[in-house]
Design a protein around this ligand. Structure first.
Ligand code: ATP
Ligand code: MG
Length: 180
């Protein structure tokens, strides 16, 4: 599985529609301070189900919608689509290519789609669980994360290995079954 494309409109500083195409291998994003590099990873985490505005460097979810600039007025909706190559079937879907979309309106309404079909946030979170690309997966190491891992308690650190090993899904299912 690899990230093929990111499309966004209205997300943070990306007022106009922006499409980023990726190829297998390493991609480096460079640019001056404040130009929107971190906003790209925020967009990826958000579409994968991030629910904490704080971890997206805002105070409320609405802060991720383009808030306007000197030359452009604010928008009322933010949308991000991630397209993944699924030729190796990492994601348990019978598609060579999988897209996930998330939209949020200023009214607070949210929409989620997998391959353009409406779904729940939970479906997106479940789809990526144990794939190595979930919202909390080890594939995104943000600033301060390395230190957090090193100074975390053994149990917390174990959950990182569990996600990497792909057993988190089974643990969560077990927990759910026990509560019933
Ligand atoms: P650095 O090199 O300092 O890490 P960066 O390239 O990672 O910078 P980002 O943090 O991605 O930059 O982008 C910050 C910019 O995004 C700021 O200019 C901020 O004003 C803009 N921004 C954030 N949220 C919004 C929003 N809702 N509407 C418009 N612009 C926004
Ligand atoms: Mg940054």
């Amino acid at each position: 599985m690899f990230l093929k494309r990111l499309e966004t409109v209205g997300f943070k500083s990306f007022a106009e529609k922006v499409t980023l195409d990726f190829v297998p291998g390493v991609t480096a994003v460079v640019g001056p301070n404040g130009s929107g590099k971190s906003n790209i990873t925020d967009a990826i985490r958000w579409v994968l189900g991030e629910q904490s505005a704080k971890s997206l460097r805002g105070s409320k979810m609405e802060d991720i919608i383009f808030q306007g600039s000197d030359t452009r007025k604010a928008l009322n909706v933010a949308e991000v689509t991630l397209v993944l190559d699924n030729a190796n079937q990492t994601l348990p879907l019978e598609y060579q290519e999988v897209s996930v979309t998330r939209r949020v309106f200023r009214s607070g309404e949210s929409q989620f789609l997998i391959n353009n079909q409406s779904c729940r946030l939970k479906d997106i979170v479940d789809l990526f669980m144990d794939s190595g690309l979930g919202r909390e997966a080890f594939s995104i190491i943000s600033q301060g994360k390395v230190e957090e891992i090193l100074s975390s308690k053994p149990e917390e650190r174990r959950s990182i290995f569990e996600e990497a090993a792909g057993v988190l899904k089974y643990k969560q299912r077990k927990k759910k079954a026990e509560y019933k």
